[in-house]
Write a protein that binds this ligand. Structure first.
Ligand code: PLP
Length: 432
């Protein structure tokens, strides 16, 4: 009996609402252009939301809404308790030592900007260096360029191999007495590369340099333990892990958060204010100016409860199998070129397809179907993929392409959806 349950693919196992996991996500029932069943393969951009997340947020607005941290009245205290319980859920999810290390932000972008701005303010001066990589999302490049414009810091960049993996040999060579921080993505949002984060952090710490991990694309797909990683900062977004938009997290070791100045000024982040002198609140409130999105933190906690109840290891195993299946099937299409490593591939697959009847040499993508054409035509068949530079223009330049088509999978995607994608790509190819 138990064995039979194991054979049921994850999306069709029992969900929270009496049906299957797929049925927990009402949008998946949608017909596109009133005709095609939605095949949603743009999860790297944002994931769909289970009922439990949306219901909890609606319930809170209708029944429990009050501003947090400030009120003596019943509703405010209840809202505060809920908000702080959500922080504890995030702490548990990341296995942080203390909830003082969990700062709520609007998302990965804001978390990275916070570190670049505040850590940069305190610990970096003209000529100091940050180490990034060639596969970073713009949020982990431009935040540092803003600091560069303000303070004259330098950006050092870890190159990647043709396979799309970080060159650790070159990484080691980038350290100098001016290196102040390393800021690298855990998983590439274009190539699906899973970077050897523990090794990257170990090497940085040998040089007494802290590390910020961009976890936007890792947290939805496998278990993250910030203590085991030993990272100094870790950023992720709620909306990429089945939670609401506009909420994210910055984890920071207490020792660092204590030493860096606040990001924004306002209510909540202060202890005492006078026109002469203001003192700041304790962690993590020092970094949370203004009314937090306390309803979104409830939604985020529900989303984390949702994935935790399935099990991050179960999600990882299922998605890995589905990704390998997708890569195998896609590789069966004539003229298919998949970017990124063969091994160590997360649930993100970027590709281009050569036009039929033309030859081209390796690395020349001139005669490939334009990513925008492919994306638009797939959409006409109900298949949602992402096209373009994926907020990683330097990486596009390295790959010598203007953009790619990106398929990114989630726990509710199925082999049948992958098959539908493959058939649709074949159909598009025939049009050229
Ligand atoms: N970093 C990576 C690797 C991403 O994939 C993304 C979003 O696609 C971000 C950062 C930015 O996330 P957000 O827009 O949620 O702040």
């Amino acid at each position: 009996m138990e064995r039979k349950t194991e054979l049921i693919p994850l999306p069709f196992r029992q969900g929270q609402g009496g049906g299957t996991i797929r049925e927990d996500f009402p949008i998946l029932e949608k017909k596109i252009y009133k005709k095609y069943p939605l095949v949603y393969l743009d999860n790297g951009a944002t994931t769909q939301k289970p009922r439990s997340v949306v219901d909890a947020m609606t319930y809170e607005y209708y029944n429990e809404n009050a501003n947090v941290h400030r009120g003596v009245h019943f509703l405010s205290q209840q809202a505060t308790e809920l908000h702080e319980a959500s922080r504890e859920t995030v702490r548990r999810f990341l296995n942080a030592r203390s909830s003082r290390e969990i700062v709520f932000t609007r998302g990965t972008t804001e978390s990275i900007n916070l570190v670049a701005s505040c850590y940069g303010e305190e610990f970096m001066k003209e000529g100091d260096e940050v180490i990034l990589s060639e596969m970073e999302h713009h949020s982990n490049i431009v935040s540092w360029q803003l600091l560069q414009a303000r303070k004259g810091i330098r950006l050092r960049v870890i190159p990647i191999t043709d396979e799309g993996e970080l060159r650790l040999d070159e990484y080691e060579k980038l350290f100098s007495e001016r290196t102040r921080i390393v800021s690298v993505t855990h998983v590439s949002n274009v190539l699906g590369t899973v970077n050897p984060m523990k090794e990257i952090i170990r090497i940085a710490h040998e040089h007494q340099v802290p590390v910020l991990v961009d976890g936007a694309q890792s947290t939805p797909h496998f278990a993250v333990d910030v203590q085991e990683l030993d990272c100094d900062f870790f950023a992720f977004s709620g909306h990429k892990i089945y939670g609401p938009t506009g909420i994210g997290v910055l984890y920071g070791k207490e020792t660092w958060l204590d030493r860096i100045p606040p990001y924004m000024g306002g209510g909540e982040m202060i202890q005492n204010v006078s026109f002469e002198k203001t003192t700041f609140n304790e962690l993590p409130y020092k970094f949370e100016a203004g009314t937090p999105d306390y309803v979104a933190t409830t939604g985020l906690a529900k989303a984390l409860d949702y994935v935790t109840s399935i099990g991050m290891n179960t999600i990882e195993a299922y998605e890995q199998e589905l990704t390998q299946y997708a890569i195998r099937r896609l590789n069966g299409i004539e003229g298919m070129h998949i970017f990124g490593p063969k091994e160590n591939h997360d649930a993100v697959i970027s590709f281009l397809v050569r036009q039929p009847g033309v030859d081209s040499s390796e690395g020349d993508f001139q005669h490939f179907i334009h990513h925008l054409d492919m994306g638009t035509l797939l959409d006409r068949l109900g298949i949602a993929v992402r096209t373009g530079h994926h907020c990683a223009e330097p990486l596009m330049r390295r790959l010598k392409v203007e953009g790619t088509v990106r398929v990114s999978l989630a726990l509710y995607n199925t082999r049948e959806e992958v098959d539908a994608l493959v058939s649709a790509i074949e159909r598009v190819r025939q049009m050229f």
